[in-house]
Design a protein around this ligand. Sequence first.
Ligand code: PMP
Ligand code: GLU
Length: 450
Amino acid sequence: MPSSSSAHHDSASASTSTLTQRLNAGEAPRASDTLLINEQSRLREAGGERVIKFGFGQSPFPVFTPAVEALAAHAADKAYLPVQGLAAAREAVAAFHREVDGVNWQAGEMLLAPGSKLLLFALMKALPADAEVLIPDPAWVSYAPQARMCNLATRRVTCSFESRWQVNAASLEEALSDRDEPNNRVRLLILNQPGNPTGLSLNHAEQAKLAEVARRHDLLVLSDEIYGVLDHDGSHRAFARDYPEGTVTTTGLSKWCGAGGWRLGAMHVPASLGEALFSRLLGIASETWSSVASPIQEAACVAYQRTPALDAYITRQRKILAEIGRWAAAELDDAAIRTHAPDGGFYLYPDFEAHREALAQRGITTGSELTEVLLDECGVALLPGSAFGAPAERLTVRLAYVDFDGAALLTTSGPVIAHPVLEKVRDGIHAITAFVKALESGTNKTPNDG
Ligand code: PMP
Ligand code: GLU
């Protein structure tokens, strides 16, 4: 019975193909740019190329040793822990930030998750369907895709080199001046200081003014302070100090404790925002990640205990990151690639605008064409400003100056920029400045440019 079996086969493949078509209809969310550049750099290296990895923002420092020891000691812990997080771990995080940031956080207002990235997502998922998310341009790669996954409307707040790429009271007022806005709509403003991709923060007086605008407009603020502890001179000011009643703060072990792959994030939700919001967040947590890995929470209890050794570990990281950041920004600036020296973290946001004409002569008119050429010709991996919400034609890039072995530097004292482990960082910055100098003198034109 060949015909019936082939009919059966046909109908099976027809239904498979319609299912496949339905599953694949619509725009596919792309892999996150940060994780993509990490993979691409790894592949090039595996193929024998020398890649200077300024693309992915991962801490170059080892995890704080006592926390590693605690993790090892608890490796056999196997029980699921409470959805909100272990009480002792929540108290350790809250107490640490009470001391370091002068906030008034209580353990009962904290929620732990496998990374602050999931907490940001959970917050957006917990908002009413008509909420709007205000996202700075530039801002970290994942806020906008997360808002889209939650079907929330987004709006960009455009920042400039002159305003140090920061949302300030004036730019926020302008973004909120839309008269058609229903005034009972929840609006979530995302802030991130010290910033990714910029490395920059508002000064305290400007932050107080910004908080005043947020309060006047009854905004919900998500203050992403994952780099707060890595403020280079320890002057990070939690947004919750200026707008405690409306600020949700996220933080975690990924940056200052060198433990990105451990996946431990924490969120503070002030009691003033109500029980229903917190219950919704717990509901999302319990239906998705259940709880953070037990050994990781035990290790977090140790990581968040302030001791002289922990303070020394943090202070040394800050000094090293400050020195490299200042050095790199000055080198780039000297080559007319204008770059603000960073306030914290490990990013720079260089702007090649002064070289637009020379770049255009080489057919480079967008940030992503610029990063492609810098990867192909200089072996330097960077991310274009467009990954952070900038218009395609803006000639900014994000530079994560983390391609070095931080462990070797932690045990040193004094200046580090000439240290052998920073060779790749120095080479990468010099390759970029040499590229631009050659471009301006016309010596690196492609042959068919004439
Ligand atoms: N926010 C910013 C600005 C980041 O750079 C990162 C990078 N990891 C995150 C949030 C997420 O951090 P995690 O999920 O590792 O806590
Ligand atoms: N935060 C890092 C970055 O911006 C990478 C980790 C991530 O995106 O989850 O490069």
